[in-house]
Design a binder for this molecule. Structure first.
Ligand code: PEP
Ligand code: MG
Length: 607
């Protein structure tokens, strides 16, 4: 097929689909900082001028970005205002000029030094939360100036107008929510795993993505034509005619198939032998409600509320949270919406969030732990959720990363305090609002029988459950090959949680990415999951397979699978089962699906 010298790079297929288009290189971070001494007064004066011009350019860039922000994200403009202020702050502006004049340092070095000093100062003010929260803003503002001095422009994702494939070393979840589904054809990053939050956002926007593509930024040049296969993780740079033809045909076949099955997406998620489950959507921002409804969501199974807190300069106030939750509930009524309390930390960071020096942030003060530590933030969110629950009475409250009973007792105690306060003020709320726990930690599975007595539902977060049970970082491309949803240990943990929930008479959902993977439908049905919650674009395929499955056959299959010893053995059994039952789904969509199902990429760690 290779009738000309195209180049193929292999990464991790992170969001399915095929993208063909021009590459747009985003160069975040890793700008080399030259260091040299200035000789002579003229050189110092010229360097001061160059620095002043860079500051003015950075200010103008921020102003342009502020003006282009879409109305629904207007509040995010405050973040840019803070950065504008930082550019003129004496600790950066004055100190950089001093360093150029007195130490005769070149401008990039002077800015880098003053940034370091400012950050050290903020870090030392450990009891000053406001100062701590400015570190990320200082970084962002400083990086912009360093880039301008180095002749690299900082690209704002919202300002990419050409339809293109974004190629970057890394994209933060905050960057990812700025992506425009219509304009971003595909995404390629050098780092990140299949279950990182950036990959999840790409999937929910329906943008094909490949992560962990080592050296992509070096190998791909601006405007190169690239093919991105978000399933297999293959990237072809400067493809030949025959490669273009092949992938264009595949793209056409997939789109035609999706169009066909999407016509039935509104039908209930009911197996051929009449077992009814619920198929719901995971969303990060309210704009996704349209996609959720269009794709047949029967409710919102997971609203990741932390994304509303990201990309902004300050904590959102109770009123803006209330409006957000109220709109969500109203737009989805009478279907239920599950609002998960703040799950910040690890890879989901914000500028105002207390910056902690943690060696292992995934094991650190994140999620419910952060909320129980900073109770005012938690209470404000609970008040907003409770107030929003009054109108349509369709809100369920869900706590992430529960590790045991103590956190449930503590969270319930705080919830009762907030309820009592609202009652005193005669502010209405839904007194029967269901209260649920995410099962994401092995300790929560071990305690599931007791936890089930305290909550109204479970939702299994398989992304984190896999991470914490197998002991691998879900965002780390080097151990992505170990990320095995079909690991027998993982399936046993899911079964144990489901059984404990059902024994106590409460429903059990899965809201991790496993629920949106068509391959896993027979396994999750056989494990007796009551509700599948996934990114909206996955709904038509998953619902289609649920409707064509027999519950009896899935239960028999799972009984066999639970006796197997390795992920490979289970993977082979799943392959056989789905190939036999749903051949056309996998012929069209997943030509290499068996290879990619449980082993996203067979790549050894480079260490
Ligand atoms: C999960 O861990 O499976 C989950 C749904 O939560 P998140 O991906 O937001 O951590
Ligand atoms: Mg999680």
């Amino acid at each position: 097929m290779n009738d000309h010298s195209s180049l193929t790079v292999k990464g991790i297929g992170a969001a399915p689909g095929i993208a063909i288009g021009k590459a747009f290189l985003l160069e975040h971070g890793r700008i080399p900082v030259p260091r040299y001494r200035l000789f002579g007064e003229q050189a110092v004066a010229d360097e001061c001028k160059r620095f002043e011009q860079a500051i003015a350019e950075a200010e103008a860039d921020l102003e342009t970005i502020k003006k282009s922000i879409r109305s629904e994200f207007k509040e995010h403009a405050k973040l840019l205002e803070v950065q504008q202020m930082i550019l003129r702050d004496p600790s950066i502006y004055g100190e950089s000029l001093r360093c150029i004049k007195e130490e005769r340092a070149n401008a990039q070095l002077a800015v880098t030094k003053s940034l370091r000093k400012a950050k050290e100062l903020f870090s030392s003010l450990s009891n000053d939360e406001y100062a701590q929260s400015r570190i990320a803003d200082v970084n962002a503002a400083g990086e912009r100036v360093v880039r301008i001095l180095a002749g690299h422009n900082h690209t704002n994702l919202e300002n990419i107008h050409e339809r293109s494939v974004i190629v970057a070393h890394d994209l933060s979840p905050g960057d990812a929510i700025q992506l425009q589904a219509g304009r971003t054809l595909g995404i390629v990053t050098e780092i990140g795993g299949i279950f990182s939050h950036t990959s999840i956002v790409a999937r929910s926007l329906g943008i094909p993505a490949v992560t962990g593509a080592e050296n992509a930024v070096r190998l791909i040049s601006q405007n190169d034509i690239v093919i991105v296969d978000g399933r297999t993780g293959v990237i072809i740079i400067d493809p030949s005619e025959s490669e273009l033809q092949f992938y264009a045909n595949r793209q056409y076949e997939m789109e035609a198939y999706l169009k066909l099955i999407s016509r039935h997406a509104h039908l209930p998620a009911q197996t051929s032998d009449n077992h009814r489950v619920s198929a719901e959507a995971n969303i990060e921002v309210l704009e996704e409600i349209v996609a959720a409804k269009d794709n047949g969501a029967e409710g919102i199974g997971l609203y990741r509320t932390e994304f509303f807190f990201m990309n902004r300069a300050e904590l959102p106030d109770e009123e803006s949270l209330y409006r957000d939750y109220h709109d969500l509930a109203e737009l989805m009524a009478p279907s239920q919406v599950t609002i998960r309390t703040l799950d910040l930390g690890a890879d989901k960071l914000t500028s105002w969030c207390p910056t902690l020096e943690e060696a292992n942030p995934a094991l650190g003060l994140r999620s419910i732990r952060l909320c129980l530590h900073y109770q005012e933030i938690f209470k404000t969110q609970l008040r907003a959720i409770l107030r929003a629950s009054a109108t349509a009475r369709n809100i369920r409250l869900m706590l992430p990363l529960i590790s045991g009973m103590a956190e449930i007792y503590q969270a319930k105690h705080i919830l009762r305090e907030v309820q009592a306060e609202l009652s005193r003020k005669r502010i209405p709320f839904d007194k029967d609002m269901p209260f649920g726990a995410m099962i994401e930690l092995p300790s929560a599975v071990a305690m599931a029988d007791l936890l089930a007595q305290e909550v109204d539902f479970f939702s299994i977060g398989t992304n984190d459950l896999i991470q914490y049970s197998i002991g691998i970082d879900r965002s780390n491309e080097h151990v992505a090959y170990l990320y095995e949803p079909l690991h027998p240990g993982v399936l046993r943990l899911i079964k144990q949680a489901v059984d404990a929930g059902h024994d106590a008479g409460i429903p059990v959902a899965v809201c991790g990415e496993m629920a949106g993977e068509p391959l896993y439908v027979p396994i999750l049905l056989g494990l007796k999951i009551d509700s599948f919650s996934m990114n909206p674009v996955a709904l038509p395929r998953v619902k289609n397979l649920i409707r064509r499955s027999s519950m009896k056959e899935c239960c028999r299959f799972v009984n066999k699978v639970l006796r197997m010893r390795t992920a490979t053995e289970i993977q082979q059994a799943v392959s056989k089962m789905v190939m036999r039952n749903f051949p056309e789904e996998f012929r069209v969509f997943d030509q290499n699906w068996a290879e990619n199902a449980t082993l996203p990429v067979l790549k050894k760690s480079s260490c």
